[in-house]
Design a protein around this ligand. Structure first.
Ligand code: C2E
Ligand code: CA
Ligand code: CA
Length: 609
């Protein structure tokens, strides 16, 4: 009886608990099937083993198709590495759970932003068997946040950073420039007479101009530089990572000039005429630019803005379409360069250049040739050193006509020397700038000049510097090879001061390395310089190249070089660079000295000139 009762009782209990289990399962199902969040489970390999219907809502993929596939396949390719880096520590049990925001692909193309919560799942023995968690679609929230950010920090008309973001960036630039000891520049750019355009043709037309001006400004600077709109027709450009001193001024000036040229190009503006008809209106404008440089945090943002502003008003006062540096010394550099450039153009037109020749001698003091060094006979300033005008000539492209003149004059001289027994064997070294060799017809130009004067190409030695190979090395090597094939010689000038890699050096069709004077200068006192000089000689030997030392001023330097295998020299010890008549007089003196076997010829001579 009792057994029967007990049996019934338990049966009933069983039915009851099964019913409640089914009910709770139903309740669970109903929640899981209707929540907006994706609920998921993966195995330890990252394959989906459970997904609720929200999965299809969020990604467009059917649950049945997705189960058994790897979750990473659904993640935006750009976010996969990051997601993998979060999944693996979970499975390896270095972390219990993770939360992150990531883009999931949508079946119809595009993607959704998803917030992921994932935690490790374990079996009874505590081994990791996968992950489980939720994915919530946060695309709308992200878009709103981005819009708020954009409204707060960007100018809606031009999409450029606004004043707030510009100040933020400037602050960062100041910190970085102080840390890295680099210079930066702050430029304030104002469109001249913008108000007139706005007042006469209306704000819509003014806006078109501002949008186009913003685009042009962006095109004038590097990706890392900042272009911002302060409001109205005022823009700011922040340049960073500039070189030191006058170089920063030069670089900034170059960018500012480029900006002025771009802003000055015509604008095609759509104007509504007679309230109905739309016509295109071509408009020209100029800009005034105020500039100040910074290189640490010694000036506040406010002070820098004030300086750029002051400079900009000076530019306006100077008649608009002008750029001005705040700092008087910087402005002086710019003004001096402008004067030099004008003078240099006149010098080309009026043939104010001369070549000086510096002998190159062998171990016995016999002259084997010379280096042609340009001088500028300035009508007021006298003889100007190339160190003063060659860099500007390179910047402005004036080096091209100047370089052509040097090459022609040098070859004309070689042709004369070829007719005289004492000088017939001379080689003449001519310095060549990067701008020159980059000319598309450089090879033809050199060959034409040689041909014109009927010179054996082996008499001409072109001096190049290592820095010239930093850009477009392949093209330059090709040009050198073409000239070398015709017999023209090449010497690598200032060798040791650049960054030539040995592999490059091997590929260059060179004839000679020229040990830079900075090493020769201290060869007796500085063990490093002595080691460098020795290494260059050894390198020359290995590569089958001749070696010459420049800047030899003392007998002891010459002796050191000779003892280490360098037997060609150039320097004040033998002779300074001299105008042609002086050079020829020197040759005669050397000849006499050799005839009379006198040892003192060089000392006497350097006093004469
Ligand atoms: P560089 O090619 O390294 O020329 C050697 C410079 O060292 C010359 O200066 C020369 O006068 C000087 N020098 C020669 N021997 C000694 C010495 O014993 N001690 C010292 N302290 N200096 C010595 P320069 O004539 O003032 O020329 C300066 C630079 O201008 C040249 O350096 C070269 O880079 C450039 N240059 C000169 N002429 C031309 C040219 O026609 N074209 C190009 N592109 N550059 C040129
Ligand atoms: Ca040289
Ligand atoms: Ca040199």
């Amino acid at each position: 009886m009792l057994t029967l009762w007990l049996g019934r009782h338990f049966q009933r209990q069983d039915i009851l608990s099964r019913a409640s289990l089914i009910q709770s399962e139903r309740r669970f199902r109903s929640v899981v099937d209707h929540v907006k969040e994706v609920i998921f489970q993966t195995d330890a390999q990252g394959k989906w083993i459970f997904l609720n219907p929200a999965w299809t809502e969020v990604t467009g993929f059917a649950v049945a198709d997705s189960l058994g596939t790897v979750f990473l396949d659904y993640v935006h390719p750009d976010d996969r590495e990051r997601n993998r880096a979060l999944f693996e520590p979970l499975i390896q049990r270095n972390k219990d759970f993770c939360r992150h925001e990531i883009r999931y692909l949508h079946k119809s193309g595009g993607f959704r932003w998803v917030e992921v919560f994932a935690r490790l799942t374990q079996d009874e023995s505590g081994s990791a068997i996968g992950t489980s968690g939720t994915l919530s679609d946060i695309t709308e929230r992200k878009a709103t946040a981005e819009e708020i950010y954009s409204l707060a920090f960007y100018d809606p008309l031009t999409n450029l950073p606004n004043r707030r973001l510009m100040q933020d960036r400037l602050m960062q630039r100041l910190i970085v420039s102080a840390r890295d000891n680099r210079h930066g520049a702050l430029m304030l750019i104002d469109i001249d007479n913008f108000k007139v355009l706005n007042d006469t043709l209306g704000h819509d037309v003014g806006d078109q101009l501002l949008v186009e001006a913003a685009r042009r400004l962006r095109s004038c600077v590097r990706e890392s530089d900042t272009v911002a709109r302060l409001g109205g027709d005022e823009f700011v450009v922040i340049l960073d990572d500039l070189d030191e001193g006058d170089w920063a001024v030069t670089q900034t000036e170059a960018v500012a000039e480029k900006i002025q040229a771009q802003i000055a190009l015509p604008y095609i503006l759509n104007v509504i005429a007679n309230d109905i008809e739309q016509i295109q209106h071509s408009y020209h404008c100029t800009s005034s630019i105020g500039i100040t440089l910074f290189h640490d945090q010694s000036n506040s943002i406010k002070e820098l803005m004030r300086r750029a502003d002051t400079a900009m008003y000076q530019a306006k006062a100077a008649g608009r379409n002008t750029l001005r540096f705040f700092d008087p010394e910087m402005q002086a550099v710019v003004t001096a360069r402008a004067v030099l450039e004008t003078d240099l153009r006149k010098a080309i037109a009026n043939s104010q250049f001369v070549l000086h020749y510096q002998p190159q001698v062998d171990f016995q003091g016999q002259v084997i040739g010379a280096e042609a060094l340009i001088r500028w006979q300035h009508p007021q300033r006298g003889l100007v050193s190339p160190a003063e005008f060659i860099p500007l000539a390179e910047d402005t492209g004036l080096i091209l006509p100047i370089g052509h003149w040097v090459l022609t004059t040098a070859c004309a001289q070689l042709a004369i020397w070829a007719t005289q027994a004492e000088t017939a064997h001379f080689t003449l070294a001519v310095n060549v700038s990067a701008r020159q060799i980059k000319l598309p017809n450089f090879v033809e130009e050199v060959l034409a000049v040689l041909d014109n004067f009927g010179i054996a190409p082996g008499k001409l030695k072109l001096e190049l510097t290592e820095s010239l190979l930093l850009e477009n090395a392949e093209v330059i090597i090709g040009k050198m090879a073409a000239l070398k094939a015709r017999g023209v010689g090449f010497s690598l000038d200032d060798f040791g001061t650049g960054y030539s890699s040995l592999s490059y050096l091997k590929r260059l069709p060179l004839d000679q390395l020229k040990i830079d004077q900075s090493f020769v200068c201290d060869v007796l006192t500085d063990t490093n310089d002595a080691a460098i000089a020795r290494t260059i000689v050894a390198l020359g030997k290995t590569l089958g190249l001749a070696v010459i030392a420049e800047g030899v001023e003392a007998e002891a330097q010459r002796d050191f070089l000779a003892n280490n295998g360098c037997y060609a020299y150039q320097g004040y010890l033998f002779c300074r660079p001299l105008p042609l008549d002086g050079f020829e007089a020197f040759l005669k003196q050397v000849e006499r000295a050799h005839e009379t076997n006198a040892q003192q010829y060089r000392l006497d001579f350097s006093r004469v000139y």
